[in-house]
Each structure stands twice: as C-alpha cells, then as structure tokens.
Design a binder for this molecule. Sequence first.
Ligand code: GLC
Length: 511
Amino acid sequence: MTPWWRHAVIYQVYVWSFADSDGDGIGDLEGVRSRLPYLRELGVDAVWLNPFYPSPQADNGYDVADYRDVDPRFGTLADADALIRDAHALGLRIVVDLVPNHTSSQHPWFRAALAAAPGDPARARYLFRDGHGAGPPNNWTSNFGGRAWTRVPDGQWYLHLFAPEQPDLDWTAPEVREEFHDILRFWLDRGVDGFRIDVAHGLAKDPAMPDVSESEAVHPHWDLDEVHDVYRGWRRIVDAYPGDRVFVGEIWVQSVERLALYLRPDELHTAFNFAFLTAPFDAAALRTAVDDSMRALDQVGAPPTWVLSNHDVVRHVTRYGGGALGLRRAGAAALLMLALPGSAYLYQGEELGLPEVEDLPDGVRRDPVFTRTAGAEPGRDGCRVPLPWSGASESLGFGPGPASWLPQPRAWEALTVARQTADPGSMLSLYRSALAHRRSIPALASGDLTWLPAPADVLAFRRGTDFLCVVNVGDTPAVVPTSASPLLSSGVPAADGTLPGATAAWYLVRD
Ligand code: GLC
C-alpha cells in the first residue's frame, strides 16, 4: 500500500481565521471541529492546523509557551482530542504544527534563562552571547526586520531570528533534543498523523557565529548540514509508531537539490515546494519548477508536493494579477496543481478564490512584520482574514459574534461558502469537482507524467495513458491536443474546441 501522504490533498487551517465557535471573533478548535463535514465534502484527505498551543501570540502562535497544551483562546486539550477523534471518524488525518527553532519568551525555559546569570546552564538552552563592545555579537538580522539580537539587563544578548518574543533554541544542547523527542511522542500518542515543521532549515547555527557576508558560500544560520542529524533522530521516533505518520518541512533553501537532502529516506518525508509557489504564472517557469522538483525529489525517493498559497504569502489570486484575471489564473493553477503527481496543499479560502485583503486599517494589523518595520512592510494579515461562510452578518458566518478579529471586505458576501455551494460555476464548485475526479481517476494517483508538445504559452501533459491536462497561461485561445470534450474546465471552452486564455482543462482521452 502506498502511504497516504504520497498522494494526499492537505488543507491548511489557520485556526485564528477558520471558524469561531464562541463568538469572540477568533477562530477555535471547536469551530474547526464543527466544520469538518465541510472539509470532508470538499474532498481533502488531511488537515494541517497552524499552532494552537498556549502562546502570548506575539506571532499568532508561532511563539509557543507550552508545547503540550491548547491556548484557552482556541479551546482545551480535550477539544484537541475531540477534533482528532472526529476527523479520524470522517476519514480525515490531522497534521499539527511543530515550532522547534524558537520558543516564546514566556516559555518557562526562557524565563528561567532570564532569571539566571550569564554562564548558568539555564541559559545554555538558548543562544546567549556577549556583545562586541556596546554592540550585538554579530550582524545577523531578524526575518521580521531589525537586528536578530536583544540585550538583557546584565549585558548579554540573545538570538532571535524572528521577533524578540521568539528566542532561538540551541539545538546542540542535549536537553533541547530530548524535549522535542518527548513533544513528538506526546502528540503521536494523542493520535496525530503528522507534523509540519516550522523553519526546519534554521535549527543549526555556525557556533563561531560569524557575520553574514555576501561572499561566504555557506550561510551561518540557514540550511547548515548539522540540521540533518536532528531529523534523523525524529524519523526514528515516528517510524516506531503504527500507521503512516508524516513530517512536512517548511524549508526555504537555495535549490531543489538542497531541499532533497532533507527528504533522504531516514529524514523528513516531504517538504513544501516553494519553487512552485514562487513561480510566476508563466508556462516555462511553471514547467521548470515542476520538472526540477520532480527530478531532484525522485533522487531521494520523496514524492513531489505542490502549494500555491499559505498564511505567510500574498494569496495567489492577487499574486497572479488580481481581479477577474487573477481569479481565472487561480482556477487554472488549481487544476494544474491537482493534476500533478504527488501531494498538494490547499490554504483555507483558496477554494473560495479569496484575494489578499490589501486595505486593512493599520490599527487592526497584528503581524510583527508590520509592526517591526513601522508599516514599511504590510505583513501577512491580508492573507489571514477570516473565512466568509454564509449570510450577510458582519462576520459573514465566521462566528456567532458580531465581528471577526480582522474585518472581512463587504464584497466577500458574494464569496461565502453558502453562495458558492449554490453556484456550479464557482471556484468552490471547481475545487470540489477536481478533488472528486482526483479520487476516482486512477491515472491521477499513479500515472507517470509525460509532457506533450504545446505552444509556448501552453502546458500539456498526460498522466498515465488516458488522462490529459492542458493549461493555457496565455491571453489568447489555444488549440488543444485532443478532440475529446473536457471532463472539467476552469473556464468555458469555446465552441470550436479551443481553450481560452488563463484556463485549464482536464480530459479523458482514448486516442
Ligand atoms: C514560519 C511560519 C511563520 C512564522 C515563522 C516564525 O515561517 O510559517 O508564520 O512567522 O515561521 O515562526
């Protein structure tokens, strides 16, 4: 039996923004549980939940204060158990988010480190260093803007590659490694089917802590070879559990060859494909992303994965040009992604064709990227606006309360799940049909991919012998290499059988 994760469609639930059961304007685990039937009907195989652990929420939960509990904003551990149980009963798997690069500054370990003196073992779990004169230990910068070091009252500095509220752990400390082994077991014992690993390429740091310099080939804190040893230890743990548990790494590296190193048979199972996500809507660029990923991952026996959006990037409707054109391209990209071999990640709301919300008032933005750059960078709140479910109330069915933590555009009243369910031409209907076909057509599960000759703006490939996907990324109609009628199309094919621009179609061909 092929493990499920080699061909799964995994739906990303951003817990803050999926569904609010108690009316406080913030999503929660009960909200997710109540909407599991929606995900089942949509036709996905698994759900990845963004962090729901106790947290001061300096980075919306990516600052974890306790890895073995649930933040009261989102519910209780019993709610997590009920969610896992109900998901399994519906045939849905659950993947949880693991944040190993840093803890919250409110984690008991960091509080102990701050209370201790320089040199005390309590500081050895983090990366405390003396500065250079009055300045920080080196020139490293935070991903969220500003420097990556914060000074504590006794004069030492601690490293945070993200916000100051997210101190980096020292992964050379045996205690850190043991703690995370135990955290993995805690959630595996509760029945989770896998882990998404946050910033998986960041755990190892060059102990000499040299400045980052353009001329050095090896970066001092991203993608160091030492990180692989961590994942070999983790793999031994999950392999000892029954069922097919999976790791998916969030790994931003320079090349697909470097990515493949994380997916060797004794390391992580899969990783997000950011080369595909960042490719422009261009036939050559998309084909290169597909071919390069498949070739590199095949070398290590890992399945390719595909993703168009997540909680950190501008939604792809907007990236692809926005408006009606962005929407049409997004539909075409979805049919491309779901026809490729391997597994695919959907980010909540893409099945509704949601655009980025670009005009959020400054006062409601929460992302540290916005606050730490004094607004120079808009940050990621625009892709995190709560889902519109139904009706015309202020929160569009997100919860029983009057509003949601980020205001939804009024135009989303036309994009609710309820409205799109009733419309066979909606983005939601397209996703539902595509996922249903994906489950029922054997070639989509196991057929080899073969590219067909096509004009410059067209991608055409077969899966197996009888499935054909054609994507016209151009602006003008394209001739299709089959006379069959489409099984599914992201736009209306012309009467002469051509495929309009920014449209994809699937065909079953017997020729
Ligand atoms: C990852 C998460 C992102 C978070 C960061 C720090 O990139 O996806 O949302 O801000 O790590 O944990």
